[in-house]
Design a protein around this ligand. Sequence first.
Ligand SMILES: C[S@@+](CC[C@H](N)C(=O)[O-])C[C@H]1O[C@@H](n2cnc3c(N)ncnc32)[C@H](O)[C@@H]1O
Length: 354
Amino acid sequence: MERALYDPRHGYYARGDSPLGRSGDFYTSVSVGPLFGQLLARRFLRWHAENGIRGRWRLLEIGAHDGALAADILAAAATLDPAAYDTLGYTIAEPLATLRTRQRETLGAHAEHIRWVADANELAGDTLPGIAFGNELLDALPFHVVVRRSGRWHEEGVAPDPVDPGTLAWRDLGPVSGGPLAAALSRIDATHLPDGYRTEVRTGYAALHRAIARVINPGMAVWIDYGFARPEYYDPARREGTLRTFSGHRAGADPLAAPGLADITAHVDFTAVAEDAAEAGFAFAAFQNQGAWLTREARGWLAEMESTPDPAAIRRFRTLTHPAHLGARFHVFELARPGPATATPADFHRCGLT
Ligand SMILES: C[S@@+](CC[C@H](N)C(=O)[O-])C[C@H]1O[C@@H](n2cnc3c(N)ncnc32)[C@H](O)[C@@H]1O
């Protein structure tokens, strides 16, 4: 998955044309228009005001893709709070050269506010107050595919097909023993999982949060994505996991069919994110569906819409928030650093994140 999506030359995300939007493979909330970024900007500026931040602060976007969300957030921040915009350093963590070039083109108007790094570790020694965030980043992080066999977890690897070496095939790598994968699997209650149960597990959440924690303090991590709490993710009935490919707006299930030409994704285990973030020093702060979260941030915007209605903008707001569109499919996970957590364990439980 790492190579199929992120190889600097042949990876799906390294290619020249964008896979997002009508002519691409899938839409995200960013494709709906600038309103999504405007509402994120309102949330970030509210955090900035509520925490009395003075002087330099940072927004660290991971998975900025073509820079469209960054452009929407920066334009909104410049209008909504010019003083906060003046002291803002917008950092994009982007390892792929082709995407950096595209982001530079999109973000020309804000050039003096932007810095690029390959990943958050490059900022070591320059800790600032701020917020790290990503829209549909976590679901794009590589994962392991594992299968239950005779009461044990086996990892599935990918190798040339022995019968047809020009193509790829799954290969059983044997029972998982030791290492980060075994540690991640030990958190799953496998008692009722049937033989042949196939699913996905990510081990990358921990390193991501550790790197962010080193360079953002005080601050937040805000992740917007689709996923489940662990008991729902690893439900015995979900026998084939959540792995999907996307190509031409069609979902598929075989990531070996066209490596580098289709997106590969799997849902997020939000419980694992919460645990790994907590180990890195983040406290659980909020977990809501996108519709509720955006509607709270949109209060000021909705009041403006009452005096000067813009039917197209209101339609876009509905697309982002209505449960039948994107409002219930996506969740927003806010983690605060340092604590105290603003949410209680009861809130955590209500969200199904037990
Ligand atoms: C599903 S796309 C979402 C793009 C964009 N955030 C949006 O919402 O339209 C996932 C993005 O995450 C990026 N990505 C994945 N892993 C990354 C990493 N470790 N660092 C930076 N970007 C990453 C990919 O290159 C891709 O641009």
